[in-house]
Ligand binder design. Structure first.
Ligand code: GLN
Length: 472
C-alpha cells in the first residue's frame, strides 16, 4: 500500500505511473497526501480547506482558492466571500475532473490574488517550507508551498502579474504562466481580466507540461480563449543547440536584484550556453521602466470594476444595516481587507472622468509599446531569460507596512504579463540556503520552447528541491 509513497519526492508523472500500473489506488494516494497535510500543514498553512474523499480515478491536485469548485467553498482569501459555495465548476476544475484528478483541497492566496506573500490573505499567511519564518511568495503561495512540502503532487494557480512564477521561485518549484487566452478564466474569481491567467505549478517541467495539456484550449464559456496552434510537447531533449536566449540588459541593471540571486542566475546562464544555446543581450527599456507603473494602473482599474459585484447581496457575507446603502457599505467595509480597498480606490481614481485619459488611457498606450518591444526582441531570440524574483524569500512582516516594497517583488515578472506572454519559472540554484528561480519568457504560444529550455536546464542542474529541513 502507500508506505512506498514519499510525497516529498514523488513527481506527478511518477504518481500517474503508480496509479496506471495499479501499484497504488487513487484513494491511497489521496490518503498519503492528506496524511502529509496532517503532519505539516499546521505549521505551513498552505490549505484553506481539504477534501476528504478521493472522487476520481487518477492522482490528486490542489487548486488555488480563486478557482470555483462546485460544492466546495471558494473564498479567494477574502472574508467577503467566506461561506460562498459555488454551484458550478470553473472550466479548469471541470477539465481536471474529466482527466480523473481528485481535488485535494483549496490553497491559500492573498485576498483576491492581490499581493506577493500571502500575507494579505484574510485567513492568515502561508509559510515557506524552506524556512517557516519566511513568506512563500504570492499570491499563490499556498499552492507553491504545498508542492514543495509534499502536500500536493501539483496544483493550479492564477497569475496576473507574477502570482504563479514568483511563489514558484521562492519555494523552489516549476510554475507556468501561460499565454493570455490559452486557458479558460470561466469560474475564476476575477482580479484584472485582461491580465489574469490560470496555470500549473509542479516539481518538474514535464509535470507542468502534462498539466498544461489538461487545462489548455478553447472554451466556449470564455470568449478570450483560443485553440492552441500546436500540441503541447512533453520535453525530453537534454541539449539546447539552435536555441537563442536573450537577456534583457535593463532587467539585469536593476539594483533590486540581490547579489546571491544574480550569481545563481548567471551560473545557470553559463550552463545554458554549455548545453549548446546561444546567449545574447537584448533591449527592453520601456518594459522595465514603465511595466510596473503601467500594471499598477491597469490592474487596479480592472479590479475596481470586477470587485463592484461584491455588494453583500449576491455572494458570501453580508453586514446588517438600516438601509440598502448601509448594508452594502457595511458589507464592503467589513468584507474587504486593506489591499483590495487600496486597489479599488486607485482604480476608481484612474478611471474617473477627468483623469481617465491621463492615467488609464496613457497606461493602455504604454501597454501597446511594451507588446511591440517584446515582439521585436523575439525577432532575434526564441526565449528571454531573467531572474524571476529580485530577492529570495523574505521574512514575514518585512514588507507589509510598505505597499510599494511589496509591489517591487513584481519588477521582473510584470512586463511580460502586461505583454500577454508566457513565462516559466525554473529553479536555478540557491542563495542563503533558499531557492532562486530563473524566468524564461516566450513569444505568444511559445510554451513548447519554454518547456524544452526549462527541462534541459533542470536536468543539467540536477538540484535537490526538497526543502533541506524536511529531508529524511
Ligand atoms: N503581486 C502582484 C499584485 O499584487 C501580482 C499578483 C498576481 O499575479 N495575482 O498585483
Amino acid at each position: 500500500m502507500s508506505a512506498a509513497v514519499d510525497t516529498l519526492r514523488l513527481t506527478a508523472e511518477d504518481a500517474l505511473g503508480l496509479v496506471e500500473r495499479r501499484e497504488v489506488s487513487p484513494a491511497e494516494l489521496h490518503g498519503a497526501y492528506l496524511e502529509a497535510i496532517g503532519e505539516r500543514d499546521g505549521e505551513l498553512h498552505c490549505y484553506l480547506r481539504t477534501v476528504a474523499e478521493a472522487e476520481g480515478t487518477s492522482i490528486p491536485i490542489a487548486l488555488k482558492d480563486v478557482i470555483s469548485t462546485r460544492g466546495v467553498e471558494t473564498t479567494a482569501g477574502s472574508r467577503i466571500l467566506s461561506g460562498y459555495v459555488p454551484v458550478f465548476d470553473s472550466t479548469v476544475a471541470a477539465r481536471c475532473k474529466a482527466a480523473g484528478l481528485t481535488l485535494l483541497g483549496k490553497t491559500n492566496t492573498d485576498e483576491f490574488a492581490m499581493g506577493s506573500s500571502t500575507e494579505n490573505s484574510a485567513f492568515g499567511p502561508s509559510r515557506n517550507p524552506w524556512d517557516p519564518s519566511r513568506v512563500p511568495g504570492g499570491s499563490g503561495g499556498g499552492t507553491a508551498a504545498a508542492v514543495s512540502a509534499g502536500l500536493a503532487p501539483w496544483g493550479l494557480g492564477s497569475d496576473t502579474g507574477g502570482s504563479i512564477k514568483q511563489p514558484s521561485a521562492l519555494c523552489g518549484n516549476v510554475g507556468l504562466r501561460p499565454t493570455y487566452g490559452t486557458v479558460s478564466r470561466y469560474g475564476i474569481v476575477a482580479f484584472a481580466s485582461s491580465l489574469d491567467q490560470v496555470g500549473p505549478v509542479a516539481k518538474t517541467v514535464r509535470d507542468v507540461a502534462l498539466l498544461y495539456r489538461i487545462i489548455a484550449g478553447r472554451d466556449a464559456a470564455d470568449s478570450t480563449t483560443v485553440e492552441l496552434p500546436s500540441a503541447v510537447e512533453l520535453p525530453s531533449a537534454e541539449r539546447l543547440e539552435g536555441l537563442r536566449v536573450g537577456v534583457p540588459r535593463q532587467a539585469m541593471a536593476l539594483e533590486a536584484i540581490e547579489p546571491g540571486v544574480r550569481a545563481a542566475f548567471e551560473a545557470a546562464l553559463e550552463l545554458v550556453e554549455e548545453l549548446g544555446a546561444e546567449v545574447g543581450e537584448c533591449d527592453l527599456p520601456l518594459s522595465f521602466d514603465y511595466g510596473l507603473p503601467c500594471y499598477y494602473l491597469i490592474a487596479p482599474a480592472e479590479a475596481s470594476s470586477n470587485l463592484a459585484r461584491y455588494d453583500g447581496v449576491r455572494y458570501g457575507r453580508r453586514s446588517e444595516g438600516e438601509s440598502y446603502r448601509e448594508m452594502v457599505e457595511g458589507s464592503r467595509d467589513e468584507g474587504f481587507g486593506d489591499e483590495p480597498k487600496r486597489r479599488i480606490m486607485l482604480g476608481t481614481y484612474a478611471l474617473s472622468a477627468g483623469y481617465y485619459d491621463a492615467y488609464y488611457g496613457q497606461a493602455q498606450k504604454v501597454r501597446t509599446l511594451i507588446v511591440r518591444e517584446h515582439a521585436s526582441a523575439f525577432e532575434k531570440f526564441d526565449v528571454l531569460a531573467t531572474p524571476t524574483s529580485p530577492t529570495v524569500a523574505f521574512p514575514l512582516g518585512d514588507r507589509t507596512a510598505d505597499p510599494l516594497a511589496m509591489y517591487a517583488c513584481d519588477l521582473l515578472t510584470i512586463p511580460s504579463c502586461v505583454a500577454g506572454l508566457p513565462g516559466l519559472n525554473v529553479p536555478c540554484g540557491f542563495s542563503e540556503g533558499l531557492p532562486v528561480g530563473l524566468q524564461l519568457i516566450g513569444p505568444q504560444f511559445g510554451e513548447n520552447a519554454l518547456f524544452r529550455a526549462g527541462h534541459a536546464l533542470e536536468r543539467a542542474l540536477g538540484l535537490d528541491l526538497v526543502p533541506a529541513r524536511l529531508r529524511a
